[in-house]
Design a protein around this ligand. Structure first.
Ligand SMILES: Cc1ncc(COP(=O)(O)O)c(C=O)c1O
Length: 456
C-alpha cells in the first residue's frame, strides 16, 4: 500500500483540562477583545473551583474563531485506513434504497425540480414536518417555522439575524467545527464555555452572561459533536433560565437525539421554554446529508429578522429534498431505520469503549456518550494529537481536537467518530492508536513517523 501525506502547520495551541486563571500566561495572538467589557479570565478568577473533568479549557477572551477548515489536516491516498474522522452515517447506516424509491416517485412531478416561493415550505413537507415535531415533543405554538438548507445554513441565518454588532455568541467548548466556521464567516466574536460530563458548565456561562452582552447561545443538548456528552436534567432548566434572564436566544441543535442507545432525550424547546429556545433540526443524520434540509422553530418575535436573513442567505431550500422528506418522515421505514441505526451505533460505541479500556494506557481519558456518533479522547500530558495522527496515518484517520476548539485548546485530544466504521475495524483502529500512544509515552520527543515516499 502506498500512502502520501502532507501535514500543514499546527496552530499554536495549549490545552489543560482545567480553567486557566492567569491571563499573563495566555497567548494573545489573534485575540479580539470586546471593549470595554472585562475579559473572561477576570470572570474565571472569581469562579468556584472546578470539580468535574472539563473536556476543553476556558477561553480567556471572546474572539472571532479561526476557520477550522484551515486547521491542520492530513491528506492521504491510502484507501483502506480505518475511519474515525467521519461523524456521519455511512454505508448500511443510510436508508439508500428507500430514499431511491421515494426520489424516483416524487420526480414524476416536475414541480419538485423548480423553486418554491421564498420563505414558503413545500406544503407536503410543512405537514410532515409539523407531525414530526409533534412526535419529537417540540413546542410549535406562537412560533415561526422556516425550512433551510441544513443546520449549517440555519446557524448562518440565526447569527446574521439575531446577533447585533458588539454582542457575542456563546458556544460549548469544544463544539461542532462547522458552527465555528459559520461564526467565523459572520465575523461575530465567540466566547467558549467548557463542557464536562454533564454538558456546558452553567456556572461559567452564568458569569460570562453577567459580564458580557451575549445575544445567542449555541448548544447541542443531546450527544454533542464532538464529545458525545449530553446536557444533564438539572442544567437544562438552568440554561433556559439563564437565557430568559439575559434575553439571549438559546439555539438548540437537535441533530442526533434519535440516535440514542437507550432513551431518546426530550428537546429543550418544550412548552415551558418556547419563548427562549430556538430549535434547529437537521435531517442529515436521519435521512442523508445530501438532501441539505433542516427546520428552524423560533418564537414569533424573531419572525421579521429571520425572514429578512433568509431572503438574503438561503432563499430556495431544495423542493426535491422537501418532497422526499415529506414522504420519508411519516413512513414506518423512517421509524425502523432510525432504531436500526441507533442500535448499530450502540454496538459500535461498546466496541470502542471496550477497545479503549483494553488497549489504552491508564492516563488516557474519554467521554461516555449515551447516543450519537462520536466520543472525545484525551491523551496524556503534552502529547499532541496531530503527531499521533501522523504516526498512525497509514492505517487510521481521526480529527485532532483543536479543530473543534478556539485557538489554544484541544491540542491533546481527538474526536473518535464511529458512523463509518464497524466493530472489528474499531478494535483494530484503537489497538493501532494505543500502540502509538505507548510509543510516544516511552519517547515523547520523537518526531512523527515520516511519510513513506509517494508511489512513482
Ligand atoms: C452538531 C451538528 N449539527 C448539525 C449537523 C448537520 O448539519 P447539516 O444539516 O448542515 O448537514 C451535524 C452534522 O455533522 C452536526 O454535527
Amino acid at each position: 500500500m502506498t500512502t502520501t501525506l502532507s501535514v500543514k502547520e499546527a496552530p499554536n495551541c495549549h490545552s489543560r483540562p482545567r480553567v486557566e486563571y492567569n491571563p499573563e500566561t495566555m497567548p494573545r495572538r489573534g485575540l479580539q477583545p470586546i471593549a470595554p467589557a472585562r475579559s473572561v479570565s477576570d470572570t474565571a478568577q472569581t469562579l468556584p473551583p472546578v470539580t468535574g473533568h472539563l473536556w476543553a479549557a476556558l477561553v480567556d477572551q471572546p474572539r472571532v474563531p479561526a476557520d477550522p477548515f484551515g486547521a491542520p489536516t492530513i491528506r492521504m491516498t491510502a484507501s483502506d485506513r480505518i475511519q474515525f474522522d467521519v461523524a456521519e452515517c455511512t454505508g448500511e447506516l443510510r436508508p439508500r434504497q428507500f430514499l431511491e424509491t421515494l426520489t424516483a416517485d416524487v420526480m414524476r412531478d416536475s414541480e419538485v425540480l423548480g423553486y418554491e416561493p421564498v420563505g414558503v415550505p413545500l406544503p407536503a413537507f410543512r405537514e410532515a414536518g409539523y407531525e414530526y415535531l409533534a412526535r419529537r415533543g417540540v413546542a410549535t405554538e406562537q412560533s415561526i417555522t422556516l425550512v433551510t438548507s441544513g443546520a449549517a445554513g440555519s446557524l448562518a441565518l440565526l447569527a446574521r439575524a439575531l446577533v447585533p454588532t458588539g454582542t457575542l455568541i456563546a458556544v460549548e467548548h469544544p463544539t461542532w467545527h462547522v458552527a465555528l466556521a459559520v461564526f467565523a464567516a459572520t465575523g461575530v466574536p465567540v466566547v467558549a464555555i467548557p463542557v464536562d460530563d454533564e454538558g456546558i458548565r452553567v456556572d461559567v456561562l452564568a458569569r460570562v452572561l453577567e459580564e458580557h452582552r451575549v445575544s445567542l447561545i449555541y448548544l447541542q443538548p443531546a450527544f454533542q459533536n464532538p464529545t458525545g456528552v449530553s446536557l444533564s436534567g438539572e442544567r437544562r432548566a438552568a440554561v433556559v433560565e439563564l437565557a430568559r434572564r439575559h434575553r439571549a436566544a438559546l439555539v438548540e441543535d437537535d441533530f442526533a437525539a434519535e440516535l440514542a442507545y437507550d432513551r431518546v432525550p426530550s428537546p429543550l424547546r418544550t412548552a415551558e421554554a418556547f419563548n427562549e429556545v430556538i430549535y434547529v433540526k437537521s435531517f442529515s443524520k436521519l435521512a442523508a446529508p445530501a438532501f441539505r434540509a433542516a427546520v428552524i422553530v423560533a418564537p414569533n418575535h424573531h419572525e421579521r429578522a429571520l425572514r429578512q436573513a433568509q431572503h438574503g442567505l438561503d432563499p430556495f431550500p431544495s423542493a426535491l429534498a422537501q418532497a422526499v422528506l415529506a414522504r420519508y418522515l411519516p413512513s414506518r421505514e423512517f421509524q425502523e431505520h432510525t432504531k436500526r441505526v441507533a442500535s448499530m451505533l450502540a454496538a459500535r460505541w461498546e466496541a470502542l469503549d471496550s477497545a479503549l479500556q483494553t488497549h489504552m494506557p491508564d492516563r488516557v481519558r474519554w467521554t461516555s456518550p449515551q447516543g450519537g456518533l462520536c466520543a472525545w479522547v484525551e491523551f496524556p500530558g503534552e502529547m499532541a494529537a496531530l503527531e499521533l495522527l501522523v504516526d498512525v496515518a497509514a492505517e487510521v484517520d481521526f480529527c485532532p481536537g483543536s479543530v473543534f476548539c478556539l485557538e489554544n485548546s484541544g491540542k491533546h485530544a481527538a474526536r473518535i467518530a464511529f458512523g463509518a466504521t464497524a466493530p472489528p475495524a474499531i478494535a483494530r483502529g484503537v489497538g493501532r492508536l494505543a500502540r502509538a500512544v505507548r510509543e510516544r509515552l516511552r519517547n515523547p520527543t520523537r518526531p512523527p513517523h515520516a511519510a513513506p515516499a509517494p508511489a512513482p
